[in-house]
Design a protein. Structure first.
Length: 361
């Protein structure tokens, strides 16, 4: 019996300026979907009668509404999986909220729509009334808890492990297309290619060594893999977080607390002395209510994210990166006197002098 598979939506590859140095390109490609360290990811479940998709019945052509609302047992499985990822103690944590406008991750349970998630910060491009994650089958069935762990891995920025160019997997392509075209997936050739046969860029993958035990890999039945020889009889990951999964998340989101944030005073620049992958945090307490810009200067690729502190927790407000362009990353938004904000700046890479600074103005 073929397993049910996660089906990521096809998205265009990130586009960067031509001629970037290899090290700079690697840093940009590997990090462009990842959250800044210290992010609190808020998630909510769709729970209204109006939370639906309208689909056409293939037999009659008539449209009908299909609910996104899941039962308590389903939601509890997902809650438990968020807690399992959170218990790793990495620099990203999860909090459930009721208000979808407060949630970066919005979860539906539309049966028949497959299980999928936006990858990392791609969730921020999706409208507040739309799902960033869906579960299309019963998560309480034996073995299906792994589906929830897998989709949360995508939300953290992880991609499919079996698509790693380091895996050395040689599929019987036509056997894979035939297998996935039938039940329970009924995939097109394009969806099968994108989610299984397509190899990721070496800069995108979760690690430099293939992990056949990763929660981000698929199980494959006998006859689909030609090489490595030991997997011709099938590949069946255990469906739990592997040691490499945990190491990857802790490496991208170090559990050690970031140093105490420095204050960013309007019109006073602060030098940034960061190694690639490192981060600096600043507090901003605006002296007046108006539109401010927070940004960087110098020869560096950076991610700048601004949070508003509410009830002692950072809530995502705005963010941008300079995406390998010669321009510096800036966030422009309205700040309110009497409120406290946190600016987090993560360095992808530097070039030229490498001298960088940040300022609020």
């Amino acid at each position: 019996m073929t397993a049910r598979y996660c089906s990521l939506a096809r998205q265009s590859a990130p586009s960067f300026a031509a001629g970037l140095a290899a090290g700079r390109l690697h840093a940009l490609v590997s990090g462009h979907r990842m959250w800044v360290n210290g992010t609190v990811l808020h998630y909510c479940f769709f729970d209204r009668d109006t939370d639906t998709s309208v689909i056409a019945d293939p037999g009659t052509g008539r449209t009908r509404a299909v609910s996104w609302v899941g039962g308590k047992e389903q939601r509890d499985v997902v809650r438990g999986c968020f807690q399992e990822w959170g218990d790793l103690g990495a620099g990203v944590s999860f909090v459930e909220v009721d208000d979808r406008s407060e949630a970066e991750l919005r979860i539906g349970f539309q049966t028949g729509d497959g299980s999928w998630s936006a990858v990392g910060r791609d969730a921020l491009r999706i409208g507040l009334d739309e799902r960033t994650m869906n579960f299309g089958w019963d998560l309480t069935a034996p073995g299906e808890r792994a589906t929830a762990l897998h989709e949360i891995g995508h939300a953290l920025g992880m991609l499919h492990e079996h698509q790693s160019p380091f895996a050395g997997i040689h599929f019987d392509d036509e056997a894979v297309y035939t297998d996935l075209a039938g039940p329970p997936n009924f995939w097109s050739r394009d969806k099968t290619w994108f989610n299984i046969l397509r190899k990721l860029d070496a800069h995108e993958v979760n690690g430099s060594v293939w992990d056949p035990h990763s929660i981000m890999g698929y199980p494959f039945s006998a006859g689909l893999i030609l090489e490595p020889e030991q997997f011709r009889a099938g590949l069946d990951p255990p469906g739990v977080l592997s040691a490499a999964d945990k190491d990857f998340v802790r490496r991208w989101y170090p559990p050690d607390p970031v140093s105490e944030p420095r204050e960013l005073v309007p019109f006073r620049s602060v030098p940034l002395r960061l190694a690639p992958g490192a981060q600096a945090d600043f507090t901003v307490e605006p002296p007046e209510t108006r539109t401010y810009t927070v940004g960087t200067f110098g020869d560096a690729d950076t991610l700048v994210v601004l949070f508003e502190e509410r009830d002692g927790r950072p809530r995502y407000l705005a963010g941008t990166d300079d995406g390998g362009t010669p321009h510096n990353a800036t966030v422009r938004t309205r700040l309110v006197k009497g409120r406290r904000y946190i600016a987090r700046i993560r360095l992808y890479s530097t070039w030229g002098s490498g001298e960088t600074a940040t300022m609020c103005w």
